[in-house]
Design a protein around this ligand. Structure first.
Ligand SMILES: NC(=O)C1=CN([C@@H]2O[C@H](COP(=O)(O)OP(=O)(O)OC[C@H]3O[C@@H](n4cnc5c(N)ncnc54)[C@H](O)[C@@H]3O)[C@@H](O)[C@H]2O)C=CC1
Ligand SMILES: O=C(CO)COP(=O)(O)O
Length: 663
C-alpha cells in the first residue's frame, strides 16, 4: 500500500477521487469554546472510529526526531528554529525540511549511531503504546503519518506495534558512492511522498480512504500540518489536538478536541458489556469465568466489569433466585458451592439484561432458546456479537435449525459457538478442560467450522443416552467403547448429510490459537472430520458418555426397569437433576423426526435404536444390537418408523410434562 502511495506524484495523489465521507464531521469549536471536554458528537466519532492516524513527532514520540538528530549532530539550535516555523505555519513544510536536512548533513552511519543512542522505547509519549494497543485490539486500524523521516520513524512504529506498511513519512535521498554502491551523503528528500508537502496529511488519508472503506477517520497530532487533515476534502473526519509535549495556540483553538494526555483518549474508548442469557449449571460456570476475566486489570480498559445474567425467576426456599444470587453471589439451585463473583448481576428481565450488551452469550437449555430469541428481537444492539454455548437444535417443517442459525436469522447477529468437553461442575471447581474464556484452567481453540462443532454438541447428547443404557445394563468398557464408536459414526455422517456446505469445506486446517475451541465462521478451511477430533467432537463425546447428566439419567432409567420399578425420564430428570434439564431425550425426538421425514432411520441405527428404547418400543438391552433394533418393526406401524404420537409424547417428557408445542 505504501508503495502505491509513494509512487504517486503529490498532484496525482491529490487528484484521486476522495471517498465520499460517511461520518458527519463535528461542529468545529467556536472562538473561546472549551474544547478540552469532548462534545457528544466528538465522543461518538472517537468511539466509532474505523481508523486513527497519529502524527509521530511530539505526539507519540516525545520530541521532534529531526531536532534530536540535529542536536546529536551539534546543530540543534538552528534546526529547532526552523521546525517551529514549519509547525506554526510561518514557513512551508518543503522549505523547512530541505533547509533542516542541509544543516544536519548526516551520513547513514550517523543515523545508526543516533538510533543506538536514543532507543525508540525511551522516546515514546506516556500512554501512546497502551492507547494504540487498545485501538488495535478493538479492530481499529492505526496509522502513523509523519512529516518527519521514515528512517527515524520506523523504530518508533516498531516500538508501538504499528506495521511498517501503516507508516507514512518522508524518505531521505542519499548520494551513492560509485565505487561501493553504498549511500554516503544526504542530498535532500523524496518529493514524491505526500507527507513532504503542505496538505500532505489529508492527501495521505484520502489515499487510504480510496483503498479501504473507512467510515470514520480521526487524526491526532500537535501541529498545523495535522490540523490540515480535517481542512481538506477527503481527509479525516475529526482532529484531536495533542498538547502534552508542545502546546500550539492555533492548534489548540481549532481542534475538535484538545487533550494534553493520551490517557484521556484511552479512557474515552468504549468499554464492552457482556451479558449471559441463561443461569443453569453451565451458564453459571461460564459466567464465573467471564466475570473473573472482566475483573482482571488487563481487561478493565476494554470491558465493563459488571456481567448481567438473565435468570429465569423462581422461588428457592421462599426467596427469589435473583435476590439470592445477588446477595450470596452463588446460584444455590443450579451450581451450589461455587462463587460466581461480585460483578455478576442476576436479572429476571430478559430484555433489560441484553439491551446494552455488546457480547451476548446464549446458554439456556435448547428448548427455551427460540422463545427467548423471539422476545429479544429488536431489543439488542445491532453491532453486538453472539456466542452460543447451547447444545441442541430446533426442527422446523423445512428441516433442522441450529441455535447459531436461529440467532443469526432472528437477531441478525454474527454468532460463534463454544462447544467442547465441559462438564459444568468440574470446570467450576477449576479442573482442566480443553475449552473457553481464557482462564488458566480453561483452554480454548478456534475452529472455523461452526456447523460441524454445533452438530457435535447436539448429537452427542443422544449417544450419551446409549452409553447410560449400556452402563445400566452392567456392560464393561469394551461395550461402552463400541457404542461410543457407533455413535460417533452416526454423528459424523448425519452432520455431513444435513450440512453439505460443511462437507465441502476442506483442506488447510488452520490452528489460529494454541488453546481454543471458540468456533467462528471465518472461512471454510477445515475438514469436517478434523472437527470431530477436536474437543467439541470426540472429547465432548467421551466426557458426556462418562460423566454427563444424559448418561446418569439413562443409566438410572435402565436400573429402575431392572429393579421392576420403571420410572419415566421426566421423573428421573426431576429427582436426579434438581431443576437442571436433560437435553438428550428431546434431541433424540427432534433428530428422529428429521430421520423419519427423510426416510433415513435405518442409515443412523444407533440414533434410531436409542429412540426406540426411550419410546418403549424396544427394551434397553436392544442397545447392544442397535442395528437390528433400528431395523425391527415398530408395534402398530407398517414401517419401522416412529409414529408422530410417540414423538409428541417424548417432546412432552422433555419439556417437563407440557404438550410438545415448540415456539
Ligand atoms: N451442564 C453442563 O455440564 C453443560 C451444559 N451444556 C449445555 O448448556 C445449555 C444450558 O445448560 P445448563 O446451563 O447446564 O442448564 P441447566 O440444565 O443446569 O439448568 C436449566 C436452566 O433452565 C432454566 N429454565 C427452566 N425453565 C425455564 C423456562 N421455562 N424458560 C427459560 N429458562 C428456564 C433454569 O432456570 C436453569 O437456568 C444446554 O444446552 C446444555 O446442553 C454445555 C456444556 C456443559
Ligand atoms: O455437554 C456436556 C459436557 O460437555 C454436558 O452433558 P450432559 O448434559 O449430558 O451433562
Amino acid at each position: 500500500m505504501l508503495e502505491r502511495i509513494a509512487s504517486m506524484s503529490p498532484r496525482a495523489a491529490g487528484e484521486r477521487p476522495a471517498q465520499e465521507r460517511v461520518a458527519a464531521a463535528p461542529r468545529r469549536p467556536l472562538a473561546g469554546e472549551d474544547n478540552t471536554r469532548p462534545s457528544e458528537r466528538v465522543l461518538q466519532l472517537w468511539q466509532t472510529a474505523s481508523a486513527v492516524c497519529f502524527d509521530v513527532d511530539c505526539t507519540v514520540a516525545n520530541n521532534d526526531q529531526l531536532d534530536l538528530l540535529a542536536e546529536w549532530m551539534g546543530v540543534g539550535q538552528q534546526v529547532a528554529a526552523l521546525t517551529n516555523s514549519a509547525m506554526d505555519g510561518s514557513m512551508s513544510l518543503e522549505d523547512a525540511l530541505e533547509r533542516r536536512l542541509e544543516i544536519i548533513n548526516c551520513t547513514p552511519a550517523d543515523i545508526q549511531a543516533f538510533l543506538r543512542a536514543h532507543p525508540a522505547e525511551s522516546r515514546l509519549v506516556p500512554g501512546a503504546k497502551e492507547l494504540i494497543e487498545q485501538l488495535q485490539s478493538r479492530g481499529v486500524a492505526v496509522y502513523l503519518i509523519s512529516g518527519g523521516f521514515r528512517e527515524l520513524c520506523l523504530p518508533i512504529a516498531r516500538a508501538l506495534g504499528v506495521p511498517p506498511a501503516h507508516l507514512f513519512a518522508n524518505r531521505m535521498n542519499w548520494q551513492v558512492d560509485d565505487e561501493t554502491g553504498m549511500p554516503t551523503k544526504l542530498v535532500g528528500f523524496d518529493l514524491r511522498e505526500p507527507t513532504g508537502h503542505q496538505g500532505g496529511k489529508p492527501r495521505a488519508i484520502a489515499a487510504l480512504r480510496a483503498l479501504y472503506p473507512y467510515e470514520t477517520v480521526v487524526m491526532v497530532g500537535d501541529g498545523i500540518t495535522d490540523l490540515e487533515a480535517v481542512q481538506e476534502s477527503g481527509g479525516a473526519d475529526m482532529f484531536v489536538g495533542f498538547g502534552g509535549i508542545v502546546e500550539r495556540p492555533v492548534v489548540k483553538a481549532s481542534a475538535d478536541w484538545f487533550v494534553t494526555s493520551l490517557d484521556a483518549l484511552r479512557d474515552a474508548l468504549p468499554r464492552y458489556r457482556v451479558a449471559m442469557i441463561g443461569s443453569g449449571a453451565w451458564a453459571c460456570t461460564a459466567v464465573k469465568m467471564i466475570a473473573e476475566n472482566l475483573r482482571s486489570p488487563e481487561k478493565a480498559a476494554k470491558f465493563v466489569r459488571e456481567v448481567r445474567m438473565y435468570v429465569w425467576e423462581e422461588e428457592v426456599d421462599g426467596r427469589k433466585l435473583t435476590e439470592l444470587i445477588n446477595e450470596t453471589h452463588e446460584n444455590v439451585k443450579y451450581l451450589p458451592g461455587v462463587q460466581l463473583g461480585e460483578n455478576v448481576v442476576a436479572c429476571p428481565d430478559l430484555i433489560e439484561t441484553a439491551k446494552d450488551a455488546h457480547v451476548l452469550v446464549f446458554c439456556s437449555p435448547h428448548q427455551f432458546i427460540h422463545r427467548m430469541v423471539k422476545q429479544l428481537s429488536g431489543h439488542v444492539r445491532k453491532d453486538a456479537i453472539a456466542v452460543s454455548l447451547t447444545k441442541g437444535m430446533r426442527v422446523r417443517p423445512d428441516g433442522p435449525q441450529l441455535i447459531s442459525e436461529m440467532i443469526r436469522k432472528e437477531l441478525g447477529l454474527d454468532c460463534s459457538v463454544l462447544m467442547g468437553a465441559n462438564i459444568a461442575a468440574d470446570i467450576a471447581r477449576g479442573e482442566l478442560s480443553e475449552d473457553v474464556f481464557d482462564r488458566p484452567y480453561f483452554y480454548t481453540q478456534l475452529v472455523p467450522d461452526v456447523v460441524g462443532a454445533e452438530m457435535c454438541g447436539t448429537l452427542k447428547n443422544i449417544v450419551a443416552l446409549a452409553a447410560g443404557f449400556v452402563e445400566g445394563l452392567g456392560y464393561g468398557p469394551n461395550t461402552r467403547a463400541a457404542i461410543i464408536r457407533g455413535g460417533l459414526d452416526d454423528m459424523r455422517r448425519l452432520a455431513k448429510a444435513l450440512y453439505p456446505t460443511v462437507r465441502r469445506a476442506a483442506w488447510g486446517y488452520c490452528r489460529l490459537r494454541v488453546y481454543c475451541i471458540l468456533v467462528h465462521f471465518m472461512r471454510p478451511a477445515l475438514t469436517l472430520d478434523a472437527t470431530f477430533f477436536e474437543s467439541c467432537g470426540i472429547a465432548d463425546l467421551i466426557a458426556t458418555c462418562t460423566g454427563g447428566r444424559n448418561r446418569l439419567v439413562a443409566k438410572a432409567f435402565v436400573e429402575a426397569q431392572q429393579a421392576g420399578q420403571p420410572r419415566s425420564f421426566e421423573e428421573l430428570e426431576a429427582s436426579l437433576l434438581h431443576g437442571q434439564k436433560l437435553q438428550g431425550v428431546l434431541t433424540s425426538q427432534e433428530v428422529q423426526e428429521i430421520l423419519r421425514r427423510k426416510g433415513w432411520e435405518l442409515e443412523y441405527p444407533l440414533f434410531t435404536a436409542v429412540n426406540r428404547i426411550i419410546c418403549g418400543h424396544q427394551p434397553a438391552s436392544a442397545i447392544v444390537h442397535y442395528k437390528e433394533a433400528a431395523a425391527a418393526p415398530v408395534p402398530g406401524s407398517e414401517s419401522p418408523s416412529q409414529s408422530t404420537d410417540d414423538l409428541q409424547r417424548l417432546g412432552a417428557i422433555a419439556l417437563g410434562g407440557r404438550p410438545a408445542a415448540r415456539t
